[in-house]
Design a protein around this ligand. Structure first.
Ligand SMILES: [Zn+2]
Ligand SMILES: [Zn+2]
Length: 176
């Protein structure tokens, strides 16, 4: 699937032909990040996209913020138009998670029909009737986390409310 930012400077193919899961997250962090009602994340394996090509390294900026339990989230955005493109979690030991969360609106022809709504406790728009939805994160046995739409690592961790202190960390040029 093609991923593109608003200005078109950032453009690449997803590592697999379809995401393993799609989430609409209604948490206040996603509202602020998207400057909108909710954030949409399409989950893909990181392998095949990371390590980033030299072209993407040159065109993407990265802001890293703290997450729970010593983890951090690398937030990639277009250097030209500022659009957030994707998120990836690092464990406390610096090891990157095997998945990457690509922002849904940047993914061309994304199938939105199976999306799971999470953090609905802070939703500011109605949740469609019949949609799979959770007040916060889905429980471990939820349909969102089983039967091929599994993602126990990156996505749900990164949807948790963040610590107040943000760290700005531009590390263009050393992405190891
Ligand atoms: Zn752009
Ligand atoms: Zn969220």
């Amino acid at each position: 699937m093609k991923v593109q930012c608003q200005c078109g400077a950032v453009s690449f193919e997803t590592p697999t032909p379809a995401p393993t899961a799609v989430y609409h997250c209604h948490c206040t962090e996603c509202q602020r990040q998207s400057s909108s009602a909710f954030g949409t994340s399409a989950i893909f394996p990181a392998n095949g996209l990371f390590p980033l090509s030299a072209d993407l390294q040159a065109k993407l900026g990265c802001w890293t913020r703290p997450a729970k339990e010593g983890r951090t989230m690398d937030c990639y955005f277009c250097n030209a138009c500022g659009v957030r493109i994707m998120h990836r979690i690092r464990n406390a030991d610096g090891q990157e998670r095997p998945t990457v969360s690509i922002k849904g609106g940047a993914v061309k022809d994304l199938d939105w029909s199976e999306a799971t709504h999470i953090y609905t406790r802070s939703a500011v728009v109605p949740i469609p009737p019949g949609a799979e939805k959770y007040e916060t994160t889905p429980p471990p046995n939820s349909p969102a986390l089983v039967s091929g739409r599994r993602n126990r690592g990156g996505q749900l961790q990164q949807q948790t409310p963040m610590i107040l202190q943000y760290i700005y960390d531009r590390h263009n040029g050393h992405w190891s």
